[in-house]
Structure formats: structure tokens, C-alpha cells
Design a protein around this ligand. Structure first.
Ligand code: FAD
Ligand code: NAD
Length: 468
């Protein structure tokens, strides 16, 4: 065999798996087919090239712009003709992406991982044919193979991407000017994050969502509060809306949709379709890998497929499509190959939506606990009563903690607020340690910090918040 392990795909699932395998002494190779629009191959997958990282770069740039526009005067800061140069913003984004993707190349070198570029296809359970970008083919063999081929955007059958007017998230990350009227189908994570970016920069954004509930998987209190704030910021969020047709003519997209008021039409300069992503399990060769009805590669709890030496991790298998979920699965598979008994705790998977304020949670929602008849206590605390949040001028939102009514074990923590993504880590750790709300209530939190809201929410579970 050429290698102990071959990883197919160098996104956050695959590259992390490769590094951990190499750290554990396995002779490791990783193959990836990614090509940038400039024709350069790149590591990092969706996350680094067209996902987590570029979206956060644009969220950051657009946040600076809108914050200055709306709040500079509160601090006594004044200026004339505040402007944003979209081309500079996009160049900065590309620089951030490039530095991180190059960073993975260095990590591969440092860990002596063979960095193969090209499209992989199974020839047998131990052999993979690689078609390099110049068309040259070769076959490599490995004792174990980890599939980490990720996911791709879902296309609506009546609305194919033309990548000019009707675009996916990648298109929406690359606009070279602010579209005056931006339509987005799907009020999910991508719809809200990229809708926020372009709305902050001046687009009139309309988000068309099929479901009647806003952010159906989030806790209801948090989702309702977030919806109010996002609408106030300018996002026109239309729920219970079924898009039935769309037509591109005269440089604009006309969308026809049904809602409670009947059939409606709207015109947009750009239309983003963000209705979810689908696993990328196609074209891997016919070796009898079991694929389920959702198109995911079927795996057991430890990411092993029906072919014992082949594993699959990340977006291409069941579970949430989150970068950190795939990375944890990659570490688990590597460690299990090395004989360790590692697990991934799906119950403590963090979720973050990077709007302003951010929406972040771990564990179960109140609705889920009710449905399962789990007795619980709830404690909430608003950032309005937190000194640091007031000093920052960002006091929207709250922390809501749910704990078991009898054992006090924390069952879920839901945050809407500035820096919720970072605050959540404490809750994830607490849940990982099977902590009680009393544990967090007894943990000393520095003053003045946003984390005091977590402390107060823990106290509130037992009706003893101090600052309310
Ligand atoms: P991918 O990152 O999709 O990587 C798969 C890799 O496999 C690719 O590099 C591809 O080229 C390669 N590949 C596929 N087939 C083959 C083949 N046959 N041969 C060789 N190589 C192949 N998640 C978060 O957790 N936080 C966020 O903030 C976040 N933001 C996002 C924003 C956007 C706009 C998008 C689109 C996604 C975002 N995600 C976010 C989701 C996150 O990007 C994915 O969950 C993550 O990238 C999945 O990792 P993966 O390694 O499974 O797959
Ligand atoms: P999503 O599943 O988050 O949201 C899709 C939304 O589209 C849902 O609200 C759904 O009800 C709606 N929808 C589906 N079909 C529709 C239709 N025909 N008409 C109108 N609405 C429709 O998916 P996404 O926003 O496309 O994101 C894809 C994946 O990428 C997600 O799984 C997400 O986990 C991941 N992602 C994560 C982050 C993050 O962690 N911050 C950011 C971006 C993307």
C-alpha cells in the first residue's frame, strides 16, 4: 500500500482528519480537486474558499461600515461622505482566504502529508484513481480511506443558477457592486448572514421563506427577538412564502410567489437561492458504498461506511452541515484508526448565526424539552442590564438557560447578543462537563464582561438573578 490513510477532500473535515492521522504516526495523503475562479488549486474546501471565512470577512467589513453610519455620532465621531469601496472589500476578503488556504498547505508540509491535487474516484476499496488538473491520471492505494467530499448548494428545479442574476452563496459572496434590490430565497443561515452583508451596504433585501416560523430550529424566544431586530435593521422577511416561478429579463429577475395574500410578484437585480446544501457523494465510483435517501453516505456512529476500511465525515454524512462538526468527526476517525475510543458528542454541538446581534445555541430548545416531556427550569437575562453591553452600545438580546427541573443539569443555552459566538463556548464546555446551572452560578465571572449575562441567566434558573 502507498499510504496508511488517504483522505479525499481537504475541507475542514478532511484536512483536520489528515493532520490528526499524521500526528498519530500514519503515513497520510490527502487529495482535493478545488479550483478557484482564477484557475488555482486550493485547500480548505467550502469553508475556507466560499463559506465560513469569506462570509465572515464580508460580515466584518459591512459591520464596520454600518456601525459607523449608525453609531459613530453616539461617540462624538463625525465624518463627511462615508464610503465603501466594494472592490477593496472583496480584495481584503480574498487576502484573508488566501492566507488561510496557504496556511493549510504549510500544515500539510509540516506534518509530512502528501498533498495531492485532482479529482478522486474509487477503483476498489483500497485504490483511488486521481485525475490531476492537467488531465494526467494516477492510482494511489491506501489501507484506510476517509471520504470528506462535502456538499454543494441545492438548486431549485424551476430556477437554475445562471451565476449572473440567479446565484448561489458563492455568487452572493462575490458581487462587485451593491445590488439595489436583492432577493433571497430561504431565511436560513446563509440567507440571514449574506442578506445582512448586502443590506448593511445599502441593498433593499427581501427574504422569501417557505416555512411559517422564523428560524424554526432555534429557541422560539430567541428567534422571535432576532426576527424583530433584523426586520428593524431593514431585512424584509416574508414567511409562509412559496416561490413558484422566476424569469430573468431586461437585467432583472421577476419572482412570482404565493403567500397568505395570494399570488405576488417582485423584481430584483440579483436573486440568491439559499435553500440548503446537499451532500456531494456523486461520482466517487461504483464500489458499493451505501448512500441513503438524502444522498448522504451511510455511516455508523463512528463514521465507518458499509465498507469497513472506508470512512466518511463532514457534510457528506448525516448531521448538521457545520465545519466544526466535520473536524470533530475527522479527529474521531483518525484516533479510532490509532486504537483510541474517541466519540463525537452531538448533544453539545454549537450553532452560530453571525448576524448582528449574533444568534448562538447549544443543546435543546424549550419546545424540544416540552415535546419530550422533560421537566425543566428556565432562566433568562437581558444584555440591557449588563454594564459592558451598555458601554459598548450593543445591549440587544439575552441569554436563556434551560436546566433539568430535578437534577439541575444544563440542557440548553440560547444566546442572542453581541459576541454570542464567543460567549457560547462557556456553555458548550459546561454541557460537555455535564455541569448544572448551579455550577455556572458559582463560577466567578469578571466584571464588566458580557459573560456576566451567562452568570445571571444561571442565577435566574433558580430565581436569584442579582441585577434584575
Ligand atoms: P467541504 O468544505 O465542502 O470540502 C469538501 C472538499 O472535498 C472540497 O475541497 C472539494 O474540492 C473536495 N472534493 C469533493 N469531491 C472530491 C473528489 N471526488 N476528489 C477530490 N476532492 C473532492 N459552517 C460553520 O460551521 N460555520 C460557518 O460560519 C459557516 N459559514 C458558511 C457560509 C457559507 C456561505 C457556506 C456555503 C457554508 C458555511 N458553513 C459554515 C458550512 C461549512 O462550510 C461546511 O459545513 C464545511 O465546509 C463542510 O466541510 P467538509 O470538509 O465536510 O466539506
Ligand atoms: P438552511 O438549511 O440553513 O436554510 C435554508 C432555508 O431555506 C430554510 O429556512 C428553509 O425552510 C428554506 N427553504 C427551503 N426551500 C425553500 C423554498 N423552496 N422556498 C423558500 N424557502 C425555502 O440552509 P442554507 O442557509 O442554505 O445553508 C446551508 C448550510 O450551510 C446549512 O446547513 C448551514 O448549517 C451551513 N451554514 C452554516 C453557517 C453557520 O454555521 N454560521 C453559515 C452558513 C451556512
Amino acid at each position: 500500500m502507498d499510504y496508511d490513510v488517504l483522505v479525499i477532500g481537504a475541507g475542514p473535515a478532511g484536512y483536520v482528519a489528515a493532520i490528526r492521522c499524521a500526528q498519530l504516526g500514519m503515513k497520510t495523503a490527502c487529495v482535493d480537486k478545488w479550483i478557484t475562479p482564477e484557475g488555482r488549486s486550493a485547500l480548505g474546501g467550502t469553508c475556507l474558499n466560499v463559506g465560513c471565512i469569506p462570509s465572515k470577512a464580508l460580515l466584518d467589513s459591512s459591520h464596520h461600515f454600518s456601525d459607523l453610519q449608525k453609531h459613530a455620532k453616539d461617540h462624538g465621531i463625525s465624518f463627511e461622505n462615508l464610503n465603501i469601496d466594494i472592490s477593496t472589500m472583496q480584495t481584503r476578503k480574498a487576502g484573508v482566504v488566501m492566507s488561510l488556504t496557504k496556511g493549510i498547505e504549510m500544515l500539510f508540509k509540516k506534518n509530512k502529508i502528501k498533498d495531492l491535487r485532482g479529482k478522486a474516484r474509487f477503483v476498489s476499496a483500497n485504490e483511488v484513481e486521481i485525475t490531476a488538473h492537467d488531465g494526467k491520471q494516477s492510482v494511489v492505494s491506501a489501507k484506510n480511506i476517509i471520504i470528506a467530499t462535502g456538499s454543494v448548494p441545492i438548486e431549485l428545479p424551476f430556477l437554475p443558477f445562471d451565476h449572473e442574476y440567479v446565484v448561489d452563496s458563492t455568487g452572493a459572496l462575490s458581487f462587485d457592486k451593491v445590488p439595489p434590490r436583492l432577493g433571497i430565497i430561504g431565511a436560513g443561515v446563509i440567507g440571514l448572514e449574506l442578506g445582512s452583508v448586502w443590506s448593511r451596504l445599502g441593498s433593499q433585501v427581501t427574504v422569501l421563506e417557505a416555512l411559517p416560523d422564523f428560524l424554526a430550529t432555534a429557541d422560539r424566544d430567541i428567534a422571535k427577538a432576532a426576527q424583530k431586530i433584523l426586520v428593524k435593521q431593514g431585512l424584509n422577511i416574508q414567511l409562509s412564502t412559496k416561490v413558484t416561478a422566476a424569469k430573468v429579463e431586461n437585467g432583472a429577475v421577476t419572482v412570482t410567489y404565493q403567500n397568505s395574500a395570494g399570488e405576488q410578484t417582485a423584481q430584483f437585480d440579483k436573486l440568491v437561492v439559499a435553500v440548503g446544501r446537499k451532500p456531494n457523494a456523486q461520482g466517487l465510483g461504483e464500489i458499493g458504498l451505501q448512500i441513503n435517501a438524502k444522498g448522504q453516505i451511510e455511516v455508523n456512529d463512528h463514521c465507518q461506511t458499509n465498507i469497513p476500511n472506508i470512512y466518511a465525515i463532514g457534510d457528506v454524512v448525516r448531521g448538521p452541515m457545520l465545519a466544526h462538526k466535520g473536524s470533530e468527526e475527522g479527529i474521531m476517525v483518525a484516533e479510532r484508526l490509532a486504537g483510541q475510543l474517541t466519540h463525537v458528542h452531538f448533544d453539545t454541538m454549537p450553532w452560530v448565526i453571525y448576524t448582528t446581534p449574533e444568534i448562538a445555541w447549544v443543546g435543546q430548545t424549550e419546545a424540544e424539552l416540552k415535546e419530550k416531556n422533560i421537566p425543566y427550569k428556565s432562566g433568562s437575562f437581558p444584555f440591557l442590564a449588563i454594564g459592558r453591553a451598555r458601554a459598548q452600545g450593543m445591549s440587544d438580546g439575552m441569554v436563556k438557560m434551560l436546566a433539568h427541573a430535578e437534577t439541575d443539569r444544563i440542557l440548553g443555552v440560547h444566546i442572542l447578543g453581541n459576541n454570542a459566538s464567543e460567549l457560547l463556548a462557556e456553555a458548550v464546555f459546561a454541557m460537555e462537563m455535564q455541569a448544572s446551572s448551579e455550577d455556572l452560578a458559582r463560577t466567578i465571572h469578571a466584571h464588566p464582561t458580557l459573560s456576566e449575562a451567562m452568570h445571571e441567566a444561571a442565577l435566574a434558573v433558580d430565581g436569584r438573578a442579582i441585577h434584575m
